[in-house]
Design a protein around this ligand. Sequence first.
Ligand code: BGC
Length: 765
Amino acid sequence: MSGPIASSKVSRPIVLIALIFLYLPHTFAQSHPNAKDLLKQMTLEEKVAQLSQLPGFPIHEFKEQVGDPKDTLRKYGAGSVLWVSDPKEINQWQHIAVDESRLHIPVIFGLDVIHGYHTIFPAPIAMASSWDPRMVEAAQTVAAREARAAGIAWTFGPMVDIARDARWGRMVEGAGEDPYLGAAMARAQVLGFQGTQPGALDRVLACAKHFAGYGAVEGGRDYDSSYIPEEQMWNTYLPPFKAAADAGAATFMSAYMDLNEVPATGNRWLLHDVLREAWNFKGFVVSDANAVHSLITHGYARDGDDAAYKAFSAGLDMDMASGTYLKYLADEVRSGRISMQQIDASVLAILEAKIRLGLFEHPFVDESKIGQVLNNPEHQHLARTAIQRSVVLLRNEQNALPLDKSKIKSIAVIGPLADAQLDLLDMWGALVKPGPTVDIVQGIKNKVGSAAEVEFAHGPNIRRDIPSFFENQPIVTVKEQPEQTPEEARKAFDDAVALAKRSDVAILVLGEIALMSGEAASRSSLKLSGGQEELLEAVVATGKPVVLVLVNGRPLNISWASEHVPAILETWYPGSQAGNGIADILFGDANPAGHLPVSWPRSAATLPLYYNHTRTHAPEDAPDFKSRYWDIKSTPLYPFGYGLSYTTFSFDNLKLSQTEAKVGGSVDVSVDVTNTGSRAGDEVVQLYIHQQAGSASRPVRQLKGFQRVNLAAGAKQTLHFKLGPEELQFWSPTKKQWVVEPEHFDVWVGDNSQAKLHSEFHLTQ
Ligand code: BGC
């Protein structure tokens, strides 16, 4: 070990000063905010430790490679610790770093605060359904405030992977299928987590993940390989990441899968050429958990040395939890394969992040102040508003909704998710330190009070056919529903149907428990599993009015329901205020305006499915086009951008500022939107374009603008959009660069991706 404190040839005054620093570690830490000075004092091992993130609970692989993470922290310090969510424990770990490690450098605590820490907001796919970036930014501001108060200074979000295949379980964590909406949500979330000045004491560092192409895993099977041509990377998968980088995301996380046969964690094209060269990213990149070590599993690295070398030289600054850097990286420097300058550059980025976060001045959590932040009633209020704004009304025949509580005397709430408190939060929401959840039974009771009797029947339990390995992880709190005997399941089924029969209305809450979506939660079918479809059909057969409330992380196969259930509400995983927010919509105290951020498939067989596909030899709008399959319609059940309201809207007067413009110029688009119904409501106005010819076939439609507006009954508003080079460019596979081409363009405006109101313009040289 080297450095000023360990050196034996130091003079007396230096020893004295060193001793003072040793016994006053906090003073030392507080007064040492210069990254370059700090770097000069560090041994190679201490530098490598800064490039390492230690697991906050013992994981086998780490222990085998390195030993006890706390010993490492004591000996060398560390860049970060993850998976510790309890403030007391956070302080314990931080005391080791600040009091006991030689240079007293604090660690950054990282955690998946994906949609809330204590107040849990709707899951990201739900928030994307709001098409309301301002609300999303506000929600993530609250998530950051709560997490930071508890000592978490870094969240592993936003997850900005484009997902076009609902079999992939992680669709729930992102903003859906569209690069434009995805970019807007990425920006909003980064700003919410970080603010405009990353590091403020009520903010956390954001981490755009999983870089990149994870949503395209083959067959929707989690961790499988992605094969994505470069043009699709630039045009579809990368824009949300670019938006996150432009919004100032301090960190990125590399993905698990092979991208075109090079694992993302060792992929220099991604981590260096795109991220640092093309986008000028200045933050640091962390691997996904254990992904550096798994470069060996991929068959990409020969051994630990090679894995450390390949990941680091690709541009991966920090090893999450695998211990591979700790064990091998210093040797790679000593052998000359990696230079000290390269190491220093990565360490500096991490030290600078710690300085910006104020960790040297404020390394510890003030446990006495946490409650005040977490229990702020405004946070719960925002969580409820977020649900009201996220829920998507998929069907509402003959105004089945809203329910009129003055006319209903008895309500049956039925289904295995209606009272499943943790499941309503999704796995990430339940993982951290969630506050109390208002479940759906409770929310409906709160809403109707004594006006109607509310009874609950759970129905049969739902379980995965193959259990999730997350169930046994120490920090994962969600569980499968208990196994039932066939007799128990039958009784639960019959009780539910009997309850529906004796009630005025049945509200069925069906879908997926939390472990059925998210990581390692891919599925081959989108059916309502575990007897839920049969339960739905039996309840509808009673002849009672039925409302289907879906709680799930991906579109499900609701083909039967879409023809037989009068009202269908998609709520995704709604979060802490689930019951209250949903009841607000069911009983008309809020008017739904969520719109789908994904195309809704009829069946898993049609996946991947997305609206912005190319026109092909046989376009869907050709007169003789029927379907690409002969046994099922290949079109979505509900198109991307779709969502109903309790009022109606009309669109007209679509105007372009010019029908001819020069390449590099822009065209202004305006449209009138009128609330033609009898109550106030929000509409999500969407603008789509199509380039009619060019150096490549272009998608049939591409979203290039949207606005969510509130209109009183009868009110009309003129909305304006701009189509400039940013919106009209694409990365051309034949020209291998970004281009805006002199061609004819279609424009549509409306309330989903099949909008009819149309105009055209021409770009000229
Ligand atoms: C997930 C990441 C997550 C990390 C840390 C991994 O398994 O893929 O999304 O951030 O764990 O919890």
